[in-house]
Design a protein. Structure first.
Length: 346
């Protein structure tokens, strides 16, 4: 049997080594992405916010305002809105805490009265002894729960700071970042790539503004309903629903359930009517308001919007649901510019 050529053996060795090295590097890359997944999600949120606010900054810069001052004006406007929200909810929250503090002694009295509902629960389940046991022998678990809550609050604050800082940087340096990215494209195709990129950014900004408009409509509708039927804190609830409505699919549902629970403080019929109002409003928002707004803003079919939001939410949670529609817009523009002309010409 003739010996195997040395050159062929070396080629197989090189191929095997390259394949093993590539697999190892791919595994290390996947592990790195998984480890910094939360940081990448925060960066994606900052990019989305910066692109969404870009149309407002562009309007100011067209009026011969320096970009740094335009970014500052937009951020100040956002901070004023946030301060207004805090001013709306501060007094209701303080009132609820005060009412809760005053109600605790009354509940403790009812726990020792067998003729009350709480008293019958105490006789059957021995709530007081279980609480004392948890605070005594299980004190470490309570402390651990408090530490966990503290870590969660610290994590939320840190995440918010990261998103704000990165957003400010991206808003100020967006033109320079775009120009740096365009330098990786061949000069012969650079003009077309710039046009496509600007179109994607413009439609993404329109989507953000359209989402703000629909959320504002939800907040105003909540305020009008609560003020009309006597649900307390209509302004705060309206602002809360507008804020939650920014989250696709689930946001308006969470807002409606919260307002319906608050309406229970008035009466059960009022809570039922409020729930019915939100069911009707959700149907109107999904089939009338949102499709028209999205069609005008980003020119995307409603089915694509719904499917994109569901897929994005399943992959990246709330952030994925928010960026799903702009991603679908970008894919559609790329298909229209680069793929469909070739397939139509073939």
């Amino acid at each position: 049997m003739p010996p195997r050529p040395v050159g062929r053996s070396r080629s197989w060795l090189r191929a095997g080594f390259a394949l093993g090295l590539g697999a190892t590097l791919a595994w290390l890359l996947v592990q790195t992405v998984l480890q910094i997944g939360q940081l990448l999600t925060l960066f994606l949120a900052a990019v989305f916010v910066a692109i969404g606010l870009e149309p407002l900054v562009a309007v100011l810069t067209r009026h011969r305002i320096r970009r740094s001052w335009a970014v500052l004006i937009v951020l100040l406007a956002f901070m004023l809105c946030l301060a207004g929200f805090v001013a709306l909810i501060a007094q209701p929250v303080a009132d609820e805490i005060d009412a809760l503090t005053k109600a605790i002694p009354k509940w403790l009295t009812q726990l020792h009265d067998r003729h009350t509902f709480l008293g019958r629960l105490e006789d059957r389940y021995h709530l007081i002894s279980k609480v004392r046991s948890a605070l005594g022998s299980g004190g470490s678990s309570v402390v651990g729960g408090l530490l966990g809550a503290g870590k969660m609050v610290l994590s939320l604050v840190t995440s918010a700071v990261i998103v704000v800082v990165v957003t400010i940087y991206l808003m100020v340096a967006l033109p320079e970042i775009k120009q740096f990215g365009f330098r990786f494209v061949a000069a012969s195709r650079r003009a077309r790539v710039e046009t496509v990129t600007d179109e994607i950014l413009t439609r993404t900004g329109r989507f953000m503004l359209a989402n703000l408009v629909t959320s504002g409509i939800a907040g105003l509708a909540t305020f009008a309903w609560c003020a009309a039927i006597g649900v307390p804190y209509p302004a705060a609830l309206g602002f809360f629903v507008a804020l939650m409505d920014l989250i696709p699919v689930v946001g308006s549902t969470v807002g409606g359930v919260t307002v319906s629970l608050v309406a229970l403080s008035v009466s059960l019929p009022v809570a039922g009517a409020t729930a019915g109002f939100y069911v009707g409003f959700r149907l109107a928002e999904d089939y009338l308001i949102m499709p028209r707004a999205m069609k005008y803003a980003v020119d995307v079919h409603p089915v694509v919007t719904v499917v994109g939001v569901l897929v994005g939410g399943a992959l990246l949670g709330i952030i994925g649901a928010l960026v799903a529609v702009p991603a679908a817009v970008a894919i559609g523009i790329l298909l229209d510019e680069y793929v469909f002309p070739r397939t139509d010409a073939s």
